[in-house]
Design a protein around this ligand. Structure first.
Ligand SMILES: CNC(=O)c1c(C)[nH]c(/C=C2\C(=O)Nc3ccc(Cl)cc32)c1C
Length: 269
């Protein structure tokens, strides 16, 4: 770690905190995700290896760039060095707009949607650097906290980056092979997960629908005091309309991603 100068802690990701760092050779600002694997069980350690391998093999302008990983065995720590996203995460932007009672401009929402579709397409259908096929990657925890911005000026172009693959999963055949256990944010849990069915690439699209809805409404589409009530609301699929200021196109887009039957159809094969 003597290659880097440690700066302030700027957030937390799955399994560890995020620290801003400066690369000494060229003063480039990066981030370091610090993970203490001392308390991790075997399954969590395997998931950590998966996260690093996935990030190392994913190269796309809308996915946070991975630089290297550093293992500090003496202190049971793994450091993942990744690109710095000056605009922070979408969760902070939503919280700011909710506090100021100001809607997020529709143009910005389409910008976020289009870039996350490109990021998910790379995950689900991308190939290796030499163009050869590789197994699909499910993110499984797409939420505002895991989407980062190159800048936080919502009226100008911003580069959107999908980050934190801490719960991601490699799937050899997305049409047949399913992840067997659900992880991630209950608010964005897709219907098939509620029926103890398996998670697959279309579940990431459901989560994208929840995220785009939340950018419009400044709150998640499904909320409840308990997970049981939340599951009931998600299965019912009833969602309050987004503010009237947004276009019919955006309304229809969200409706198509939060279409329970579309998600269920993947099991009527
Ligand atoms: C208050 N914190 C921030 O504004 C903030 C900023 C400016 N950047 C971040 C986070 C990341 C960042 O800048 N690059 C990242 C790469 C991977 C992951 Cl999991 C997180 C980050 C955060 C949380």
């Amino acid at each position: 770690m003597d290659k880097y100068e440690l700066l302030e802690v700027i957030g937390s990701g799955s399994f560890g905190m995020i620290r801003k760092i400066k690369r000494k050779k060229d003063n480039k600002i990066l981030v370091r995700k610090e993970i203490d694997f001392r308390k991790m069980n075997e399954k969590e350690r395997k998931q950590l290896v998966t996260e690093v391998n996935i990030l190392r093999d994913l190269h796309h302008p809308n996915i946070v760039k991975y630089y290297e990983r550093i293992i500090d065995k003496e202190n049971y720590l793994i450091y993942i060095i990744m690109e710095y996203c000056e605009g922070g995460d979408l969760a902070a932007l939503i919280q700011k707009c909710r506090k100021e009672k100001s809607l997020i401009p529709e143009r910005f929402i389409w910008l976020v949607f289009s870039q996350l579709v490109l990021a998910l397409h790379e995950c689900h259908y991308g190939t290796k650097a030499d163009g050869s096929p590789r197994p699909a990657i499910l993110h499984r925890d797409l939420k505002p906290d895991n989407v980062f911005l190159s800048n936080n000026v919502i009226n100008s172009y911003t580069h959107v980056k999908l980050g934190d693959f801490g719960l991601a999963r490699i799937i050899n055949d997305p049409e047949k092979d399913f992840a067997q256990t659900y992880v991630g944010t209950p608010y964005y849990m897709s219907p098939e997960l509620i029926n103890e069915q398996a998670y697959n690439n279309k579940s990431d699209i459901w989560s994208l629908g929840c995220l785009i809805y939340e950018l419009c409404a400044l709150e998640p589409p499904f909320q409840a005091r308990t997970q049981i009530l939340l599951a009931k609301k998600i299965k019912e699929g009833k969602v309050l309309d987004i503010p009237k200021e947004y276009s019919q196109d955006l309304r229809q887009l969200i409706k198509s991603m939060l279409n329970v039957m579309v998600i269920y159809n993947i099991f009527i094969i």
